[in-house]
Design a protein around this ligand. Structure first.
Ligand code: RFL
Ligand code: PHB
Length: 402
C-alpha cells in the first residue's frame, strides 16, 4: 500500500536488520519452522559475499549447518582439523583435540562461503532480502508490533510492522543504539595491537593452524582451501596497511613462524587489511521485542576464532525462542534469551582474551609479563589438564541445540 507520504507499508513476523551470517541464518531457521521474515542490508549482495572475515567453525556450528540443510558444499569442500600447533621460544608443539576432547574437531570453512550458501538458499525459497537499503530505523520496540523502516535501493521508503525485530547489524549497526538510554551495561577491553590479515594464492605450508608467540609479535598461519592461505601478523594498534609491502609482510611472517626444517611458501597476495582488536559485551541482549544477535551485541578478538561461532549460536537460541513466542504464544524462551546467550558469550570472551594475552606482545610488556606467557604456554603443552582446557574451549564448550 502506498500512503500519501510515499511510504510503502507491509507486515511480516520478524524484521531482521543485517545480512551477515547472523541475520541470514536466523531468517533460514525461522523459515524452517514456518515463521516469515524480511532481511534488510545496507551493503550490496556482492559486497556481503566477498567480505573476508572468519574461517573456522566449531564442531557444533558445523553440525548445526548440516542439520538445517546447509552442509552440502561445506561437506564437499571444507577441511577438517583435529588440532592446532602452538609455537613459542622457537619450538612448535601439536595439540591433538580429538585425543584431548574425546573426538572433537574444528572445520575450516570460510564465512564468505556460508554467506553465499545462505543467500542462495533464502532467495531460492522466495525470501525477501533487500540489499543496499539506507536510513534503517527500528521503533515501537516495547509494543507487540515493533516497526522496521528503511529506504530501498530505488529510493522508496518502507515501513514494515513486525511481531519482533532482530538486530543482526554487526558492531556498527543501529539496533543496539535504538535501545533506551541507560539500559545497556557494557563491559569492554581494547588491546594495544591489531591484526594485519592477508589472503594469498598459495597452498598452506602447514596441515593445521599455527599460533606463534614470537618476541617481535604474534603470527598465525591459517587457510581457506588447499590452494589458498590466510595469514595474520600482530601489528601496532594504529598501524596502516600502506606501510606493508608484500615483501615486508612475507619477511615478517617467515621470521615469526620459522622453525628449523620448515619453510613458508609464498604466493600472490590478493587481499590485505588491518583490523583492530576488542572485547565488548552489551547486556541485556533484548529490549521488549528487539533482540540483538552476533556482533551487534558482542565482539571478541579473533585469536580464539569465536566471533562467527557466537553469531551462529545466538541466532539458533533466538530462532527457538521466537518460534515459541510467535507460533506457540510461549514467551519464556524470549524472556530467557539474553541470559541463555550470555553464558556462552562470556565463556568465549574469557577464552579469546586468554588466547590473545597469552600469545601477543604487549608494547608495554616487561620481563615479568613475558615469563608468565612462556610459563603458561609451557604448561599448556605439558599438562593434559591445561591442554584439555584449551581444546574444549577451542572446539566449543557449550553444546548447541536445534
Ligand atoms: P556482520 O557479519 O558484521 O553482519 C552485520 C551486517 O549488518 C549490516 N548492517 C546493516 N544493515 C542494514 N541497516 C544498517 N543500519 C546496518 N548496519 C550494518 C552490515 O553491512 C553487515 O552485512 O555480523 P554478524 O552477522 O553478527 O556476524 C559476525 C561475524 O561476522 C564476526 O563475528 C566475525 O567475522 C568476526 N571476525 C572474525 N571472527 C573469527 O572468528 N575469525 C576471524 O578471523 C575474524 N576476522 C572478524 C574478522 C570481524 C571483522 N570485522 C567485524 C571488522 C575480521 C573483521 C574485519
Ligand atoms: C581464520 O581462518 O581466519 C582464523 C582462524 C583462527 C583464528 C582466527 C582466524 O583464531
Amino acid at each position: 500500500m502506498v500512503g500519501l507520504d510515499m511510504t510503502t507499508s507491509a507486515r511480516t513476523q520478524v524484521g531482521i536488520v543485517g545480512a551477515g551470517p547472523a541475520g541470514l541464518l536466523l531468517s533460514h531457521l525461522l523459515a524452517l519452522r514456518g515463521i516469515d521474515s524480511i532481511v534488510v542490508e545496507n551493503r550490496s549482495r556482492a559486497y556481503c559475499e566477498a567480505r573476508q572475515r572468519a574461517g573456522l567453525l566449531e564442531a557444533g556450528s558445523t553440525e548445526l549447518l548440516r542439520q538445517v540443510g546447509l552442509g552440502a558444499r561445506m561437506d564437499a569442500e571444507s577441511l577438517e582439523h583435529g588440532g592446532i600447533y602452538l609455537q613459542f621460544a622457537g619450538e612448535r608443539h601439536h595439540l591433538d583435540f580429538r585425543d584431548l576432547t574425546g573426538g572433537r574437531w574444528v572445520t575450516i570453512w570460510a564465512q564468505t562461503e556460508i554467506v553465499k550458501d545462505l543467500i542462495r538458499a533464502r532467495l531460492a525459497a522466495g525470501a525477501q532480502i533487500e540489499f543496499e537499503v539506507s536510513d534503517t530505523e527500528v521503533t515501537d520496540l516495547s509494543s507487540e508490533t515493533p516497526v522496521l523502516r528503511y529506504t530501498d535501493a530505488a529510493g522508496t521508503r518502507h515501513e514494515v510492522t513486525c511481531d519482533a525485530i532482530a538486530g543482526c547489524d554487526g558492531f556498527h549497526g543501529i539496533c543496539r543504539e535504538s535501545m533506551p538510554p541507560g539500559l545497556l551495561r557494557v563491559a569492554e577491553r581494547e588491546y594495544p595491537y591489531a591484526w594485519l590479515g592477508i589472503l594469498a594464492i598459495v597452498p598452506p605450508s602447514t596441515d593445521e593452524l599455527i599460533y606463534s608467540r614470537h618476541d617481535d609479535g604474534f603470527a598465525l598461519h591459517t587457510m581457506r582451501t588447499t590452494q589458498v592461505s590466510r595469514l595474520y601478523l600482530q601489528v601496532p594498534a594504529d598501524d596502516e596497511i600502506e606501510g606493508w609491502s608484500d615483501d615486508r609482510i612475507w619477511a615478517e611472517l617467515r621470521r615469526r613462524l620459522e622453525v628449523p626444517g620448515w619453510e613458508l611458501k609464498t604466493g600472490p597476495i590478493t587481499e590485505k587489511a588491518v583490523s583492530p582488536m576488542r572485547s565488548y559485551v552489551a547486556t541485556p541482549m533484548q529490549y521488549g521485542r528487539l533482540f540483538l544477535a552476533g556482533d551487534a551485541a558482542h565482539i571478541v578478538p579473533p585469536t580464539g576464532a569465536k566471533g562467527l561461532n557466537l553469531a551462529i549460536a545466538d541466532v539458533t537460541v533466538l530462532a527457538t525462542a521466537l518460534v515459541s513466542l510467535l507460533r506457540d504464544h510461549d514467551p519464556s524462551g524470549a524472556a530467557g534469551y539474553s541470559d541463555a546467550c550470555l553464558r556462552r558469550v562470556w565463556r568465549a570472551t574469557h577464552f579469546s582474551w586468554w588466547m590473545t594475552t597469552m600469545l601477543h606482545i604487549d608494547p608495554h610488556q616487561d620481563r615479568f609479563g613475558a615469563e608468565l606467557q612462556l610459563s603458561q604456554l609451557r604448561y599448556v603443552i605439558a599438562s593434559r589438564a591445561a591442554a584439555t582446557t584449551l581444546a574444549e574451549n577451542y572446539t566449543g564448550y557449550y553444546p548447541l541445540r536445534w
